[in-house]
Design a protein around this ligand. Structure first.
Ligand code: SF4
Ligand code: SF4
Length: 295
């Protein structure tokens, strides 16, 4: 139908101009992460969101957490300075769907200010089946789901705990629920035309040899591309001393998986408050409170 055709054309256009989804747009278009989602509903063994420093660049790090109203105010300020701002993303510092009321409110406020901006978010996928319809209704066009494995035995080594609507689960039972919800959510969104990227953290000796299987599975569920990223174990996390994946192994894995699905090669593993062109983060210029320095 014509309405669907114009929605598809609009999403295609947004994909072309999204610096993460199109390497062509990466050098020219800016994105702004709004850190409005502090809580998380799972515990990954590589995460420690307590560590917070303006000089550190990795997912989960932010200098400040904003309310939806503060995020909208900051958007106005950033937009007035960065004319190439195309994308608003919600990437933590926790999980966008574990803080759904903040996520929703922020999108609604910013959409009123700029109806043409692209909205994307990233999630661990635990609550995706429950919020997929609302995300579509809100106009979110791009969603990233981190799916590190499709095998609960491996999942039990990566996820320490899952808090599913107040119920704590552990081990393979927890991993199974998470993995099922990730794949159901991915199918729900991609079947409705939402462009889904799947992030896979490559963890040596844990999920590395299993990654090609994950890529095949998420392709079958409709993923647009996968972004295989090297583990950055946070200080104080369970995986703190884990052996790291080198660039050669990472590139080899991406090349191997490219036979099945488009791969992202230009991810910068950005902070939850990153602003600007990928790799040229200017979040510090827009901070409401300046950095107090590291302890
Ligand atoms: Fe940390 Fe993200 Fe894992 Fe939550 S989903 S524990 S914020 S890495
Ligand atoms: Fe894009 Fe990767 Fe940065 Fe996310 S972490 S905004 S996918 S470059």
């Amino acid at each position: 139908q014509p309405a669907n055709d114009s929605r598809t054309a609009d999403i295609d256009k947004k994909t072309q101009s999204h610096p993460c989804y199109s390497s062509g747009a990466a050098c020219s278009n800016a994105r702004m992460h709004i850190p409005v989602a502090p809580a998380c509903n799972i515990s990954c063994n590589y995460c420690n969101r307590k560590f917070d420093c303006v000089n550190e660049s990795r997912p989960g790090v932010t200098s400040e957490v904003l309310t939806p109203e503060q995020a909208a105010e900051k958007f106005v300020m950033v937009k007035s300075k960065l004319k190439n701002l195309k994308v608003i993303g919600i990437a933590g510092p926790g999980d966008a769907l574990a803080n759904f009321s903040n996520t929703k409110k922020s999108i609604e406020l910013i959409k009123k200010l700029d109806p043409d901006i692209t909205f994307c978010l990233s999630t661990n996928g635990l609550m995706l089946p429950y919020y997929a319809e609302e995300l579509i209704a809100l106009g979110v066009s791009h969603v990233t789901i981190t799916i590190n494995t499709i095998d609960p035995t491996i999942g039990a080594k990566i996820y320490r705990e899952i808090n599913f609507m107040g119920m704590k689960l552990y081990g393979e039972q927890a991993a199974k629920l998470l993995l099922d919800n990730q794949l159901i959510g991915l199918r729900m969104l991609s079947s409705r035309g939402i462009v889904c990227k799947v992030n896979i953290v490559m963890i040596k000796g844990v999920n590395d040899s299993h990654i090609p299987e994950v890529v095949k599975k998420v392709k079958e569920c409709g993923a647009f591309m996968t972004n295989i990223m090297p583990l950055i174990p946070a200080s104080g996390s369970v995986f703190e001393n884990m052996e790291l994946t080198n660039n050669r192994d990472l590139t080899e894995m991406r090349k191997k998986c490219e036979v099945d699905l488009k791969q992202m090669y230009h991810c910068k593993q950005c902070r939850a408050d990153a602003i600007g062109i990928l790799g040229e983060d200017v979040h510090g210029e827009f901070e409401r409170n300046s950095c107090k320095g590291c302890a």
